[in-house]
Unconditional design. Structure first.
Ligand SMILES: Cc1cc2nc3c(=O)[nH]c(=O)nc-3n(C[C@H](O)[C@H](O)[C@H](O)COP(=O)(O)OP(=O)(O)OC[C@H]3O[C@@H](n4cnc5c(N)ncnc54)[C@H](O)[C@@H]3O)c2cc1C
Length: 400
């Protein structure tokens, strides 16, 4: 099957769908290949900063997203051991005025569903399910793609690897670099908000900072559920790479009980209300240090395939969305070769995503601080408050 005027995107997660939507809206034919036979409700809550929301607004998804999600009025940072408030950042209307879009919290499945529907509604994107990419063969005029359990070869003009943290495209077309267990685990659960004390009924983001752990919660599904994430440092480093390393329910509850021992009652009670916890071992790569790590020849990477990051700035999906907008913009320069267009995309993106990867790691250290660093953090938050918690470099960024 030859489509030498067509770009292929491998992976239909948030990044792949965003790329398909942006390229389709810019008038380009593309093929989107996904290994799964069908889409399940995977993941949990996602926070989308105004930097990502502005892009989604431009793509016409803003009002449906706002209906599916919530616009938290403020972010409240507290100390996990005694519940004392460390800082408060007004969000809501204040973010809309400052950044031109809200900070939105929603369920990943809702974001995925809205992107998928938008991609299906546009004629230029063709979606192939049950196509697991296994090999590529770069020719002078295009690339041959091979898929598992299929004898057919698809020829395309160029390839975008949006196939997540364990990217096959990355391992086939780029120099190998190690995927590392970060030593951090994320435990995620959803609770109906109506079952919770009144303190959790308003729409705010809560962050509780403890020693070697922190907890984040925010409303999703139009405010019906509270998404909770407990992030814990652990010496348990699985050798198997992947986000979704499941632990037994009993083990998860034992982990949470042990980790939260030194935390205040309010936080412990909140966490122990939920039953449906799932555990993710968080893996990480070193931050990007050249554009060539994002694009080489006719192949480019996008989203977690290019720059997986710890979730401590809540920007993994946001960066994938920014990547997609930038890719579509650079792809429009048809006076250039495929290689030049992909290289320009990588040049425009790598420093931005590298900075976010680094700052996400740093945020983890600050949230989990102990001793002198913790005292300095609390003192700085007391003095600097909202100014320290806001991030104009992140939320005010306009992708190109
Ligand atoms: C605990 C936690 C909290 C988070 N919170 C936030 C947050 O608040 N805000 C935020 O912006 N981000 C957050 N993230 C990060 C965010 O979820 C990811 O960065 C984002 O979903 C990555 O999207 P992606 O499309 O790049 O990759 P993925 O979602 O992994 O999608 C990759 C797709 O490629 C497919 N695929 C893989 N291999 C192949 C192959 N060989 N052939 C074909 N298809 C293939 C997969 O099936 C999948 O559908 C969080 C992550 C975690 C773990």
């Amino acid at each position: 099957m030859s489509e030498l005027n067509t770009l292929a995107v491998v992976g239909a997660g948030i990044g792949g769908l965003a790329a398909a939507l942006a390229l389709g809206q810019a008038g380009f034919k593309l093929r989107l290949y996904e290994q799964a036979e069908t889409f399940f409700e995977t993941g949990a809550g996602i926070g989308l900063g105004p930097n990502a929301m502005r892009v989604l607004d431009q793509w016409g998804l803003g009002s449906e997203l706002r209906q599916a999600g919530c616009t938290p009025a403020f972010l409240l940072s507290r100390r996990a051991e005694d519940g004392r408030i460390a800082g408060r950042l007004p969000m809501g209307q204040s973010f809309i005025e400052k950044y031109g879009a809200p900070y939105l919290t929603l369920h990943r499945a809702d974001l995925h569903r809205l992107l998928l529907t938008a991609v299906k509604n546009q004629a230029l994107a063709e979606l192939f399910l049950n196509r697991k990419l296994t090999g590529i063969d770069v020719q002078s005029k295009g690339i041959d793609l091979q898929f598992q359990e299929s004898s057919e070869t698809h020829q395309v003009l160029g390839l975008i690897g949006a196939d997540g943290i364990n990217s096959r495209v990355r391992s086939l077309a780029f120099e190998a670099d190690a995927l590392m267990p970060s030593g951090h685990w994320a435990y995620r659960a959803l609770l109906p908000i109506q079952d919770l004390p009144a303190a959790f009924h308003d729409t705010h983001i809560g962050i509780w900072m403890g020693k070697r752990l922190h907890v984040v919660h925010y409303p999703v599904r139009g405010g019906d559920y509270l998404n909770m994430v407990v992030l814990i440092e652990s010496a348990d480093l699985p050798s198997q790479a992947g986000w979704d390393v499941l632990r037994s329910t009993g083990q998860i509850h034992a982990d949470l009980k042990q980790a939260l021992k030194g935390c205040c009652n309010e936080l412990q009670e909140l966490i122990h209300r939920a039953e449906n916890w799932r555990a993710w071992c968080l893996f990480d790569r070193a931050p990007l240090h050249t554009a060539e790590q994002m694009a080489q020849g006719r192949v480019a990477l996008l989203g977690d395939a290019a720059h997986p990051m710890l979730p401590y700035l809540a920007q993994g999906a946001g960066m994938a969305i920014e990547d997609a907008a930038s890719l579509a913009q650079h792809w429009q320069d048809t006076s250039l070769t495929v290689e030049q267009r992909l290289s320009n995309y990588a040049q425009a993106r790598w420093q931005r995503v590298s900075q976010v990867q680094q700052r996400a790691r740093r945020n983890g250290r600050i949230y989990h601080a102990d001793g002198v660093l913790r005292m300095a953090r609390d003192a700085a938050l007391k003095l600097g408050g909202a100014k320290l918690m806001d991030m104009p470099w992140l939320y005010g960024f306009h992708s190109r």
